[in-house]
Design a protein around this ligand. Structure first.
Ligand code: C5P
Length: 227
């Protein structure tokens, strides 16, 4: 089975003037996005990589990708879901039936995690995503930021990426829901809205999403630690 990777990287919007978007931060000699592309191309079943970028992104052209498969830039949309949908649409036009959606800001994905989630997805009716069982005690906060109570974490997982699904299911979901909801923060949500239940594949904490200041330092440790 052949799988297309789709990487949403179009979220630069209003930050662009002031600050370098996080996917273009440098980790050693490579940008976050270059590391991410390298990571997602490690499985031979991934045959093409579609990257959704903003039309006024001045950085993408300067990227040097190390990938065994073709890289296709597509124009992203106003939300993450719209950007992913644009990538999926192009992948479908190129003949792909399965897609592995992966955050641009997760450069520390390993070949083993990727292999597991793709293998599990392709053997499943619905598909699969990497996720992490919640390890901390969860608190519900009051309006004044006091701890009102604890939330049972027993059945709670943090969703990561890659998330590997049939393109047709995602497209059916977006047709029903639209792609303009900022709360569609992952692709599994789209399938869940259709009543489908993707498999959770236990991932690793090291598959971090570079989000906050300091996360890039953690990523450097993870990428360059050979102990
Ligand atoms: O900001 P956040 O981490 O939720 O963004 C998730 C991903 O979605 C980022 O990789 C961002 O570049 C991407 N995105 C996009 N198109 C948008 C908004 C966000 O591709 N319109």
């Amino acid at each position: 089975e052949q799988v297309a990777a789709v990487i949403p990287a179009a979220g630069i919007g209003q930050r662009m003037q002031s600050e370098l978007p996080k996917q273009y931060l440098k980790l050693g000699g490579r940008s976050v996005l270059e590391w991410t592309v390298r990571a997602i191309s490690q499985d031979p079943r991934i045959r093409a990589i579609y990257i959704a970028i903003s039309p006024d992104d001045p950085y993408f052209q300067q990227q040097h990708f190390a990938s065994a498969c073709p890289i296709v830039a597509v124009e992203g949309g106003a939300t993450r879901a719209a950007s992913v949908a644009a990538g999926v649409e192009r992948a479908v036009a190129d003949g792909f039936t399965w897609v592995a959606v992966h955050d641009a800001a997760r450069p520390c994905l390993t070949a083993a995690e990727l292999e597991q989630v793709v293998t599990t997805a392709l053997a499943d009716e619905v598909g699969a995503l990497l996720a992490l069982p919640v390890a901390d005690t969860l608190k519900r906060s009051s309006k004044t930021r006091r701890s009102e109570g604890s939330v049972a974490r027993e059945h709670l997982w943090q969703a990561q990426t890659p998330q590997v699904f049939r393109a047709a299911d995602l497209q059916r979901g977006w047709q029903q829901l639209g792609t303009d909801h900022p709360q569609l923060t992952d692709e599994a949500s789209v399938l869940e809205a259709l009543g489908l239940q993707p498999q959770l594949v236990p991932g690793r904490r090291s598959n971090i999403k570079i989000t906050q200041p300091g996360d890039d330092a953690i990523a450097r440790l993870l990428l360059f630690d050979d102990s």
